[in-house]
Design a protein. Structure first.
Length: 317
């Protein structure tokens, strides 16, 4: 029903008016927000298991034993403030909703852009959704996996006779930032591949940037990591560098595939390609009816004295 109504809004050339685009954008945004809110509501309902799932590895890595007498530095997660538990529940549930609903809102983004794309561009956009979701979730999981190691390295710097208290709201803020930073950072190689498939960048050009890319990724990891420690920076930069070189390999393979599919690949830049000069048969001549004459000039002498015409012209012209 929606598809047929959408087709009815198009003009004979297949274009949609601006108002129809805005209505469709509104519908796509509403669907995306609704999906995020539904997942957020489910996360609020299961808030305690989700909170234990997120904090469990960190507490196991740096938590203080209940019996006391711990020889090594440890830490405890505490809720600081009267409304802190409620605020933390909202932040955590919204983060879970944004991450868990990423396949839905990415698909809505693709569905909005797809009508304006060509057939091969639609294939690339669909591939972006298919590859972007696993990359984003993979980066989010990596942030979750390295968090206990990062917390252990930072807590290990505490003197032996001190103790650490982790405010829960600060802890979940760090978790949220790390999940989003790691997730979106893993999309960078995919962006390079899409630019190559779109003909904007070549594989050799992307490979020639490898020194600047490695340096830029390292600087980005140092700035983007919330904790700022070298361990977390390295754990973020190393996978992105590996994904970058993987994207370079895909770009080079795609360029080679294009060259093999080009029949004029062996020609120099200033060499003309061969043309097919074989003469083709001429079709039968179609007879053309004579031009319509003015009624008063259809025969006889005209008003100007010329035979059958006005000053030498015998038709409407």
């Amino acid at each position: 029903m929606l598809k047929s109504a959408r087709n009815q809004q198009k003009d004979p050339e297949g274009r949609m008016p601006l108002a129809a685009h805005l209505r469709e954008l509104r519908n796509r945004l509403l669907k995306s927000v609704l999906a995020i809110l539904v997942v957020t509501a489910v996360a609020m309902w299961k808030y305690e298991p989700i909170a234990q799932f997120i904090t469990g590895p960190t507490i196991a890595a740096v938590g203080c034993p209940t019996g006391g007498g711990h020889p090594h530095p440890c830490a405890q997660i505490v809720a600081n403030g009267f409304i802190a538990p409620f605020t933390i529940m909202l932040k955590l549930s919204l983060t879970v909703g944004l991450v868990a609903a990423s396949p839905l809102w990415l698909y809505q983004l693709w569905a909005f852009l797809a009508p304006g794309l060509h057939r091969h561009e639609k294939k690339y956009a669909l591939g972006f959704v298919g590859a972007g979701v696993p990359l984003f979730l993979g980066g989010a999981y990596l942030a979750y996996a390295v968090l206990p190691t990062t917390a252990g390295a930072l807590v290990g710097l505490t003197p032996g006779d001190w103790s650490n208290l982790f405010p829960a709201d600060d802890f979940f803020d760090i978790v949220t930032r790390m999940v989003l930073v790691f997730g979106f950072s893993f999309e960078l190689p995919l962006l390079l591949v899409l630019l190559n498939f779109g003909g904007v960048l070549t594989g050799k050009r992307v490979l020639s940037w490898w020194r600047f890319m490695v340096m830029g990724i390292t600087i980005f990891a140092a700035v983007a990591t919330p904790t700022g420690d070298p361990l977390t920076m390295s754990l973020l930069a190393a996978p992105i560098v590996l994904l970058y070189f993987g994207a370079v390999g895909i770009c080079l393979f795609n360029d080679r595939r294009r060259r093999l599919a080009n029949p004029d690949r062996a020609l120099a830049d200033d060499e003309a390609s061969e043309l097919d000069l074989t003469p083709s048969e001429v079709e039968a001549i179609e007879p053309v009816a004579p031009s319509r004459m003015l009624p008063e000039k259809s025969g006889g002498e005209g008003a100007d004295g010329a035979d059958g015409g006005r000053r030498g012209y015998d038709d409407v012209t």
